[in-house]
Write a protein that binds this ligand. Sequence first.
Ligand code: HEC
Ligand code: HEC
Length: 281
Amino acid sequence: MKTIKLLSAIFIFAITFTSCTFEDEAISPYDTADQANGGIMYDKFWAAESDFDQTNTHLATLSAKGDFFRCKQCHGWDGLGNKGAYINRAPKTSRPNISGVNIYEMGQTKTAQQLFDALSKTAGRRSISTDLSTYNPTTGVIAEGDKMPNLTELLTDAQIWDLVKFMKEGMMDVTELYDATYTGTYPTGSIAISNVGKNGNATNGKNYYNSNCASCHGANGTTLLMEGMTVGKFTRTKANEVQHKVHYGQLGSPMKGAFSITTAQMKDLYKALANETDFPN
Ligand code: HEC
Ligand code: HEC
């Protein structure tokens, strides 16, 4: 009797153990995806800082027509498309229209698999072989150039999963970082940014700045000018963009991303940089 009990206990234990280990906890490609690589790719997927193969035959085309391929150009640093900070970023021969899709919201509401499938669609997407030299918003030759690129021609599945991971876990909710008032409609709308850093903690933000930024940008952010702006002015003017640069780096420069920075830390940093006395224009 005892032996039977013991055997059945072992049997039950073995079944439970096997099903847990080999079925319930199967590793999905999402689990192993790299959020940092996804965030870098969102800026420029073929950048040297990403894991894009730098011998890829399309590299020259991508670099020559960069704004037709950069996710951030069509969807915005804030992921809000033509209803976000890019509400006034009109197209020109060198860059397409901004998309109307809110991909920040998609990242929050769709499953990882749904996002992977959405990014991997081929119908209605633009082939890398499309001639973009004729793109011209003035004459109305825009249909092909405005299309989302066919990513399956350019990226591996693993890289698309990295983008999914970024969309779900790496894209910040900019409404946590600043207030914005959008007026009018694309491409002639406007944005007014206010309340940078919201209820963040300026002291913590200043400490973060001193440890992570001051060595290059100076104690008060005036050492390196970017587009003629100090760090303070840049943040107060382009609050939509700075969060991505701090999170994933300024590609092509020595500034690396703070890949594990949290929204709360970013908010504190913004709060410190909002202060015009500490971080002058
Ligand atoms: C040239 C502009 C352009 C570029 C570059 C671009 N997109 Fe898009 N994207 C669009 C447009 C337009 C749509 C809506 C039509 C569609 O789904 O094809 C879209 C749709 C999407 C969707 C929703 C798809 C769906 O099926 O609902 C996601 C997610 C997305 N883009 C993410 C990205 C990412 C990530 C990148 C960079 C790898 C990127 N896009 C690059 C224009 C662009
Ligand atoms: C290793 C040096 C280094 C560190 C550390 C560094 N940066 Fe930078 N940063 C740079 C360089 C170089 C540039 C590019 C300047 C240019 O465009 O001429 C840059 C660019 C920027 C830009 C402009 C981005 C743009 O789109 O042009 C901002 C804003 C910025 N840094 C803020 C910060 C903040 C905030 C930190 C700390 C979290 C930081 N940086 C850390 C070197 C650094």
